[in-house]
Design a protein around this ligand. Sequence first.
Ligand code: SF4
Ligand code: SF4
Ligand code: SF4
Length: 257
Amino acid sequence: MSRAVLVDLTRCIGCRSCQVACKSWNDNPAEQTKCLGAYDNPPSFSADTWTVVQFNEVEQADRLQWVFAKRQCMHCEHPGCVAVCTVGALTKTPEGPVVYEASRCIGCRYCQYGCPFGVPSFEWDKPLGLIRKCTFCVDRAEEGYETACVKACPTDALTMGTRHEMISEAHRRINARPHKYHGHIYGEKEAGGTSWLYISPVPFEELGFPMLDGEPMDYASSVIMNATPVTLAAAVGVLSGLYWLTKKKSQAAEEEG
Ligand code: SF4
Ligand code: SF4
Ligand code: SF4
């Protein structure tokens, strides 16, 4: 049964407990605070920050109010990142998570172009950088635990269950309090559906969510890949080959040393 998380933006208070829990569980270091009018802190995904909480000031009922939005990998039902990865380093599992296998990765970074949500981040500061992103806490799921971010949220803005249950719950909340919600479940259909689903007090375009139709991203990404000029593909092939050789040499040196 595919699992999912429902993010209810009417309940989020922007406390970032989820972000701290994610960093803590995954041993990811803190990053420099931005204090230049950008309320998002850190402002975007990086190799060390797999979830961000966006601060959006929007007009609602003739007054300005904050709407906070936790973002991370959407664990798409038809992931573009998986479709463009030529070596099978990214896989969509039947349980929901899109998982990354570092040992297969050749560092081509095609997944960054295949993702419509700007999620995969590359370790630019390392000679043999890898792709880093939210794992859906698969290591916790194996032990029967909910994700670290879901566990940490103090307002129940994050609810975990099967995808079917979370879509039903989203409809239930919208129907029970239609004045409170903009009646759209983001992720039910977008990009062919996602494992992280959102309900909100305002339209999602006001929050900067990508406006996507229901076309599965694995199809769209495979079209992009087929249209890639042969020369570019060849250049990526050479670079990836060099990356792979360097990786092997480095591993051999480590084993000898
Ligand atoms: S396409 Fe992007 S959002 Fe979807 S599973 Fe891949 S990295 Fe995550
Ligand atoms: S599911 Fe796990 S890895 Fe993903 S944002 Fe939440 S805590 Fe981080
Ligand atoms: S922990 Fe919950 S309330 Fe706090 S920012 Fe994250 S989703 Fe929002």
